[in-house]
Design a protein around this ligand. Structure first.
Ligand SMILES: [Zn+2]
Ligand SMILES: [Zn+2]
Length: 241
């Protein structure tokens, strides 16, 4: 059986990893899977995003799908500069709750798809649909031979809730959770609770970055040991490794 290799490249993050790249507050990663090139979030600004992509040898013209997790500028700010150089026939998936003006601007350059419920957005790539009651956010789940890979933007609806929702989509085990976990303001005890929920949900590996917070990153590293993946801008994660 031909194995399906997934590659995730972090192209924008406030955590350093590859010293050739620029760090800035925000998040974006490129998901390459079964011939698809999907950009998840767009970072805070397009000059940083495009410079990092160039340094990594990523041609923005190859991107045919963009998924925006939530409306915050550190996830959507790079879009306007990216749209003119992205691939033909580009599709942009946004939560339906995005402002009308934002959606109009995207429509002038790309096909816009408004997401409400969980759905497939590409071959074996799914959105959780809109989650949360305050800041509405969607996350991605990719089905691989190694089981689910969950990608979060800021995880405002709660990272445990997101993982639970992703797991409910397919019933598969969760191999990896990657992205911002949004635990900056949480106490040690709260973070411990979240880590034990991750264990209970069977999350095998973690790659926390962006807004996870230094203390939470340290605690995940300690708990997960060799299953902790040091993430930051320029990090490339292969599944299977
Ligand atoms: Zn946010
Ligand atoms: Zn953010």
């Amino acid at each position: 059986m031909e194995s399906k290799a997934l590659t995730i490249t972090i192209v924008y993050d406030n955590n350093a990893y590859d010293p050739r790249l620029r760090t800035a507050w925000g998040f974006s990663c490129l998901i390459e899977y079964q011939g698809q090139a999907i950009l998840f979030d767009s970072g805070g600004d397009s000059p940083t995003l495009l410079a990092n992509m160039a340094a990594l040898g990523i041609d923005p013209g190859e991107i045919e799908t963009i998924v925006l997790s939530h409306i915050h500028g550190d996830h959507t700010g790079g879009l306007s500069g990216l749209l003119p150089v992205a691939g033909d026939g580009l599709t942009v998936f946004v939560p339906q709750s995005f402002p009308a003006r934002f959606k109009e601007a995207v429509r002038t350059r790309a096909q816009l798809v408004e997401v409400v419920k969980p759905r497939e957005i590409g071959k074996e790539v799914y959105t959780t649909g809109e989650l949360g009651t305050g800041i509405i956010e969607q996350s991605l789940a990719v089905r691989t031979d190694e089981s689910l890979v969950v990608v979060t933007g800021c995880a405002h609806p709660g990272v445990v809730e997101i993982v639970r929702q992703a797991k409910a989509l397919s019933g598969d085990e969760v191999y990896l959770v990657l992205g911002g976990f949004h635990l900056g303001g949480k106490s040690r005890r709260e973070i411990e609770g979240i880590i034990s929920e991750f264990r209970r949900l069977g999350v095998r590996k973690v790659a926390p970055c962006h807004c996870t917070g230094e203390q939470a990153i340290r605690m995940f590293r300690q708990e997960y040991g060799e299953d902790f993946i040091q993430a930051g801008v320029g990090k490339v994660i292969l599944v299977p490794p």
